[in-house]
Design a protein around this ligand. Structure first.
Ligand code: CAA
Length: 382
């Protein structure tokens, strides 16, 4: 693994950082308060090429790589964790399975509009009774002539109210367990697609997660991803990459918590000196800095393995697990360092605390990441 970034990776990071500081920071505060989808931010990110960072230029993307993408997500998350997850779900969970596993016709149809941001994407795997146990799909897809007809319910689907494209998972052969699941690229303006309700969440208020209902939703046969029965593999391979995006989001939230704490600790006085001069505070700041750095290194290692076309199941689970826990700890300590002020809406650390929590839950809880990592090391993938 190269520890030095290339000029193109640095440039993508710096562009994202500038956008985050100059525009997204203000939008992040407002989206959290009003629960508004930050459309103007997503539109501008489309214009900047950041909705297709790792999509090749021939499909309308920026032609960069997963390392550049992780750096971009981190910068966005420092300013607005909602925008970061909107972009991550769109890129890793909706665009990647088409790019990595789709046919040439599917790539040409979907990717240029997704890379530009004209079509936003989502990933419809989770169901009321299939969260951690993703293989327990109840949604059914039945082939009628040249179309699959899909019926079922999906839960907590990030981006779904704004999406034009969804990667939908459904059972085509319920008798076969996880080998009976298939994956489809669905256009959400097809009849039978319904957004039932948008969840009222603890954090990431700008990213809308909704329950979906499918009633005789017709999907052309040509929109099947890989073969019938390959859907579980599509989901798992996609999540290997998605977890890199969430790890990067967590690094960004943790960094925001550290930056806010560094500033506050040097301004706030107690016992006749800035609180940054008290060891109790210094130790917190030191631990936050170490863990955020370590989380970034794990994230970039997983991204560079993915760029090299190597397996990254263990490494992306490690990155996501460690970064999520580092973000939660950093946000908790940031509130503590801010004392009573940290518990008010006047300071951003209260938002970081609420936003960090979800990184330990979505795209596989921390408990699931530990299962994945244990499975890998027990198999000898050390
Ligand atoms: N890549 C390729 N194939 C994989 C794989 C991977 N990473 N992981 C597993 N597989 C394959 C296995 O090799 C096996 O294949 P065979 O049947 O051919 O041998 C098959 O999949 C089944 O594997 P397991 O027996 O390990 O499967 P399991 O049922 O025990 O489940 C699990 C494994 C890791 C717990 C999985 O269910 C899981 O990841 N659960 C969490 C689901 C999740 O992350 N959901 C997130 C939803 S999206 C979201 O959150 C988005 C958002 O809001 C932003």
């Amino acid at each position: 693994m190269e520890l030095e970034l290339s000029a193109a990776q640095r440039s993508a990071r710096d562009t994202a950082r500038r956008f985050a500081r100059e525009k997204l920071d203000r939008i992040g505060v407002e989206a959290d308060r009003t629960h508004r989808f930050p459309k103007e931010a997503i539109d501008e990110l489309g214009r900047l090429g950041m909705l297709g960072t790792f999509v090749p230029e021939e499909y309308g993307g920026a032609g960069l790589d997963q390392v550049a993408y992780a750096l971009v997500i981190e910068e966005l998350a420092v300013a607005c964790a909602s925008t970061a997850v909107i972009v991550s779900a769109h890129c890793s969970l909706a665009s990647w399975p088409i790019l990595g596993l789709g046919t040439d016709a599917q790539k040409r149809h979907f990717l240029p509009k997704m890379a530009s941001g004209e079509w936003l994407g989502c990933f419809a795997l989770t169901e009321p009774l299939a969260g951690s146990d993703a293989a327990g799909q109840k949604t059914r897809a039945v082939l009628h002539g040249d179309s699959y007809v899909i019926n079922g319910t999906k839960n907590f689907i990030t981006n779904s109210p704004q999406s034009k494209v969804a990667i939908v998972f459904a059972m085509t052969d319920p008798g076969k367990g996880h080998k009976g699941i298939s994956a489809f690229a669905v256009e959400t303006d097809s009849p039978g697609w319904q957004v039932v309700r948008v969840e009222d969440k603890m954090g990431i208020h700008g990213a809308h997660s909704a329950q979906l209902s499918f009633t005789d939703l017709r999907v052309p046969r040509g929109n099947l991803l890989m073969g019938e029965g390959d859907g579980f593999k599509v989901a798992m391979k996609t999540l290997d990459g998605g977890r890199i995006g969430i790890a990067a989001q967590a690094v960004g939230i943790g960094r925001a918590a550290l930056e806010a704490s560094l500033k506050y600790a040097q301004e706030r006085q107690s016992f006749g000196k800035p609180i940054s001069q008290h060891q109790a505070i210094q130790w917190k700041l030191a631990d936050m800095a170490v863990e955020i750095d370590a989380a970034r290194l794990l994230t970039l290692r997983a991204a560079s393995l993915k760029d090299a076309g190597k397996p990254c199941t263990k490494e992306s689970a490690m990155a996501k697990l460690f970064a999520a826990e580092a973000a939660m700890k950093a946000a908790t300590e940031a509130v503590q360092i801010h004392g009573g002020y940290g518990y008010t809406r006047e300071f951003k650390v209260e938002r970081y605390f609420r936003d960090a929590k979800i990184t330990e839950i979505y795209e596989g809880t921390s408990e699931i990441q530990r299962l994945v990592i244990a499975g890998q090391v027990l198999e000898g993938n050390r």
